[in-house]
Design a protein around this ligand. Structure first.
Ligand code: S3P
Length: 184
């Protein structure tokens, strides 16, 4: 397997948690696009949305995946990290909206194998209902049907993944194992 593995899916799908476990199992590096954007901007995602708006954040996401793709395709592999990117030794957890804007899904496809971590709206609700910092749901008292509506709009992008893993009722460890088996 010589490919980066890119985890996509709705908020609460488990991209970060499963990604970290999977990276350990495969001995790959792990990166999280939200974390990199927060570090670069020296601010939280919520504050970026509040201060600069969603479009600004979506542009940062597009830049993240563009730089990743460019580095991968054009690097001369002078250092180990660049070589690792080129050879596909990364598990990348993306923000829930990343594949759905600016044609990012196509760049993601060029960058590795895409795995959609899928979950039912009610499962997602249970996982994220206590978290009050979901800027795209736009309020603190979102409902299962808000999740359903947004998920319906996004499904066409998520469905372009190479592999779909259903995460309802399985542990992050179990999901990582399933991905490993399927990608062998
Ligand atoms: C978003 C999901 C978040 C984060 C931002 C926007 C979305 O990432 O990128 O709040 O549009 O679904 P997670 O999916 O990691 O929560």
């Amino acid at each position: 397997m010589k490919n980066n593995i890119i985890l996509i899916g709705f908020m609460g799908a488990g991209k970060t948690e499963i990604g970290k476990i999977l990276a350990k199992k495969l001995n790959y590096n792990f990166i999280d696009s939200d974390e990199i954007i927060e570090n670069n901007e020296q601010n939280t995602i919520t504050e970026i949305f509040n201060l600069k708006g969603e479009n600004y954040f979506r542009n940062l996401e597009a830049e993240f995946i563009k730089s990743f793709t460019v580095n991968r395709l054009n690097c001369d592999c002078a250092d180990n990290k660049t070589a690792a990117v080129k050879n596909g030794h990364f598990v990348i957890a993306t923000g829930g909206g990343m594949p759905c804007f600016n044609g990012n899904i196509n760049l993601l496809k060029d960058s590795g194998t895409i795995v959609y971590l899928k979950a039912r709206p009610d499962t997602i609700y249970e996982r994220i209902k206590e978290e009050k910092h979901r800027p795209v749901l736009n309020k603190t008292d979102f409902s299962i049907s808000d999740i359903k509506n947004l998920l319906n709009k996004r499904e066409q992008f998520y469905a372009q993944a190479d592999l779909i893993i259903y995460t309802d009722g399985i542990s992050p460890e179990g999901a990582a194992d399933e991905i490993k088996i399927f990608l062998k």
